[in-house]
Design a protein around this ligand. Structure first.
Ligand code: OAK
Length: 829
């Protein structure tokens, strides 16, 4: 009810908040109202962006009543809230997802049509919020979708970056980065609550003081910023539930200095404002490689401190007994980026709420859990003690005390093994004294999980081995998942319709029901319809690409896709070597052109701007693509596409069209992968190594429906141990030699041998990710792919089985696993 101390008397003010009528008329009325009174235009004068904004506000109006209702119950309910702490949310477009969740798609389409507007044209202008880099950020977006759909009280906390992941363009085949001004045309999906802003402090010093006979410590900070929350609604699918994604924006506390401004120094007057607002200015474009920059630590502390304070001050009831905090919240740490929240909660409990250290530590340990998303040692985040102590002096003291007590525990358990102590210490000493955030998270967390079975195993056996020995029960696995709403229902409407016709609509929230398709894999009529959907999706992708000014996939080609961040460990280079080898084979006559399946190779990938080798690989892909596309000898056979600026929106067009999914990381390097799941779910067959979640995909879909190649993780270890010499593989395999020689010859760089020389010599003399060692096995597997694709009937059967057996990879299942194994929380229906 809309009542409080206000004591209203008007009947409308006494009534509950109601959404507009869920009818074409109700929708049209609200839409026109938003257009006229919100956008300030008449229908006839409105442009497509006005229409988009009015439409988005209209959908928001429908969701808002539910959201307000859910907020009211959140205060009074006794249930546990999942607070997902993540520096990234790679959301993708919102309009379609929200229409679908709220069952408004048909109503909105008709209402707009009656206003003379084609909703597809309006859809196309939405700029996706790219507030993430890749897998980790997209996973967070899938998880909050599933939690809403499963009616689990959840708040996603993060940062409202003014600029998300950069827009990628190519100039002469090389990546150029442009700012992503996603807010420029308006931001209808989020709304600020400045009255709920938090003040976040930095720097300064600590001091002890006498608090009525008790010695306490306090932090005397030097500067602060305001964290202003922006809410986004996260609707569950068809369940009337609306959760919250709360993203923080940094605003200067004292706006700007009017006195200085009036005295004429305009630049100086806004300096403080600029400084403060830089904190939420831009997403760091590094994926799996921390930079150790001060601004990044500021971002991390900024959003985590604001989130913890927000939860305690605004979500919990007043005067909540903090001893009971673990009954009401779990803070899930999405990798190490939010781990500074551990000493922050300790500071709040001990310094501000005046709890005893031990009591506070017991609470803190129950309130956090940590998900690790990597295996690359260089990706494990550390902060120099120097920097952390300057920016967050009180937190450093707390970390030291946590470490001291932890190391005492280690000594009690394992004796005075100084090497072990050094290895397990939260404080590292080399090459400089630093805080190891993954260790802090492991010590503090109630649970630590990896994101696929193999990854979790390797965490226990290698990366966090000593911790796993000490606390075996702390370690668990939750294999990643993806939301079937966005990545099947929305992205692939034709396949969705076919599935619904065959199995009923329940699969959208119960993806294991896809098993029902297994029987249909042997039904020739169903296979034909399935193949027709795939072909239609390829044509649709072609139209999307052509509208962007890119080429469409070749007619009748197998669509072979590799879409993911550009990283050496993912081995886009291995893919290029396959393309070059095939090209060279046809051109030299080694391969009979009739034996080669016509293929379109499609890449989508951004490289971190500072990652030189990754950028060279992009250049190589584009260079090879240009030569191959222009060479009449392979016309109609080989095509290479690399549309710039791969993002969630583009993924939604590519995935449904794909035939072959490239998941070719060096075994033991890809924590999980989630693109692999999306592609299998849409009927692509995987060619992949035994890495990450590929292992589980292969187990589920079966060896006959998966192209396995390459060394296993133990084989990789063994080859390293014996001494890996990539040049030996080059010498041994003629196909490999020809491919590398062709690149080195300048064939893809107008005769200039220097352009790709660093890349070639890296492969020959270093090859950290062993592309050369896996090359021949990869080529053999690609030949098996060609042979399999030639039998279309069998291929389509395999594709159907991939869909039928991918239900496990729903993020709904992943959420159930988190709820059971880690959060011990339950849905609130
Ligand atoms: C990003 C920054 C730091 C550490 C890890 C990442 C990251 O994106 N990792 C990726 O997470 C995905 C979701 O768990 C996994 O599927 C990918 O394998 C992993 O690389």
């Amino acid at each position: 009810e809309n009542t409080s101390e206000l004591r209203p008397t008007h009947p409308l003010a006494l009534a509950p908040v109601v959404a507009p009528a869920a009818s074409v008329d109700g929708f049209a009325k609200q839409f026109l109202q938003n257009l006229n009174f919100g956008q300030g235009v008449t229908l006839s004068a409105s442009d497509v962006n006005d229409q988009y904004l009015a439409l988005a506000y209209t959908v928001r109006d429908y969701l808002m009543a539910r959201w307000l209702d859910d907020r009211a119950t959140q205060k009074t309910q006794q249930a546990k809230t999942v607070c997902y702490l993540s520096a990234e949310y790679l959301l993708g477009r919102q309009l379609d997802n929200n229409l679908l969740a709220a069952r408004l798609t048909d109503i909105a389409t008709e209402a707009l049509a009656q206003c003379g507007i084609d909703i597809d044209a309006v859809r196309a202008v939405e700029i996706e919020p790219g507030l993430g880099n890749g897998g980790l950020g997209r996973l967070a977006a899938c998880f909050i979708d599933s939690l809403a759909t499963m009616s689990v009280p959840t708040i996603g906390y993060g940062i409202r970056y003014e600029y998300g992941i950069f827009r990628q363009a190519f100039a002469d085949g090389e990546q150029v980065e442009q700012p992503d001004a996603w807010l420029r045309m308006g931001s209808p999906w989020d709304f600020a609550h400045p009255e709920a802003a938090q003040t976040i402090s930095f720097a300064g010093h600590t001091e002890t003081y006498d608090d009525g006979g008790v010695e306490r410590t306090r932090w005397v900070p030097e500067w602060n910023v305001l964290a202003v929350p922006y809410n986004m609604m996260v609707p569950g699918y068809h369940n009337g539930r609306v959760n919250t994604l709360r993203l923080w924006r940094a605003v200067a506390t004292n706006a700007f200095d009017l006195h200085t401004f009036n005295s004429g120094d305009y630049v100086e007057s806004v300096r403080a404002q600029t400084f403060a607002e830089n904190i939420s200015k831009v997403l760091y474009p590094e994926d799996s490689t921390p930079q150790g920059k001060e601004l990044r630590l500021q971002q991390q502390y900024f959003f985590v401190a604001a989130s913890i304070a927000d939860f305690i001050d605004n979500v919990l009831p007043d005067d909540f007994d903090l001893d009971k905090l673990p009954e009401r919240v779990i803070f899930q740490l999405n990798d190490t980026h939010p781990v500074i929240g551990v000493p922050e909660l300790m500071r709040v409990l001990v310094d501000e709420k005046k709890l005893e250290w031990d009591a506070a530590w017991a609470i803190t340990q129950k309130c956090f859990a940590y998900t690790c998303h990597t295996l690359l040692p260089e990706a494990l985040e550390v902060w120099s003690v120097d920097l952390l102590g300057r920016l967050l002096p009180r937190h450093l003291e707390i970390i030291y005390r946590i470490n001291d007590e932890f190391l005492l525990e280690v000594r009690e358990r394992f004796g005075d093994d100084e090497l072990l102590i050094r290895n397990m210490s939260i404080i590292g000493e080399h090459p400089y004294r630093s805080v190891r955030m993954a260790y802090l998270a492991t010590v503090a967390g109630s649970k630590v999980n990896g994101v696929a079975e193999l990854h979790s195993q390797l965490l226990r056996d290698n990366v966090l081995k000593d911790f796993a020995t000490m606390w075996p029960d702390k370690f668990t696995n939750v294999t990643n998942g993806v939301t079937p709403r966005r990545f099947l229902r929305l992205a692939n409407p034709e396949l969705s319709a076919l599935i619904t016709e065959a199995l009923g609509a329940g699969w959208t929230v119960d993806l294991e029901r896809l098993r029902g398709l297994e029987a249909l894999a042997d039904d020739a009529d169903f296979r034909e319809r399935f193949a027709a959907v795939k072909a239609s999706n390829k044509r649709r992708l072609g139209r999307v690409l052509e509208a962007r000014g890119d080429a469409a996939p070749g007619d009748g080609h197998m669509l072979d896709v590799m879409i993911k961040r550009l990283h050496e460990y993912k081995r886009q280079t291995l893919k290029v070597l396959h393309i070059v080898s095939t090209y060279e084979g046809i051109v030299s006559g080694r391969l009979d052109v009739d034996d080669v399946q016509a293929r379109t190779f499609l890449f989508g990938a951004k490289a971190a701007p500072g990652y030189g080798m990754a950028k060279r690989i992009i250049h190589l892909i584009n260079a090879v693509g240009e030569v191959v596309s222009a060479d009449p000898r392979v016309q109609g056979k080989l095509q290479v596409l690399y549309p710039a600026n791969y993002n969630v929106t583009l993924a939604e067009s590519i995935i449904p069209a794909a035939d072959l999914s490239e998941q070719i990381s060096l075994a033991g390097k890809e924590a999980s992968g989630t693109g692999n799941m999306k592609l299998a779910l849409n009927g692509a067959l995987t060619i992949g190594t035994d890495d990450g979640a590929n292992v589980e995909i292969r187990k589920l879909v079966g060896d006959d429906n998966f192209f396995l190649f390459g060394m296993s993780e133990p084989e990789v270890e063994a080859l390293w141990a014996e001494g890996y010499r990539p040049a030996d593989f080059y010498q041994r395999d003629e196909r490999l030699r020809s491919a590398i020689d062709l690149i080195a010859s300048g064939a893809f760089s107008a005769g200039d041998r220097t352009v790709f020389e660093p890349l070639v010599s890296n492969l020959l003399y270093e090859d950290r990710f062993m592309a050369l060692a896996d090359f021949s096995s990869y080529l053999d597997a690609q030949n098996r792919v060609d042979a399999a694709y030639a039998d279309q009937d069998a291929w389509v059967r395999s594709a159907i089985l991939n869909v039928a057996r991918s239900g496990y990879f729903s993020s709904d299942r992943a959420m159930r696993d988190y709820l059971d194994r880690i959060w011990h929380a339950t849905p609130v229906i």
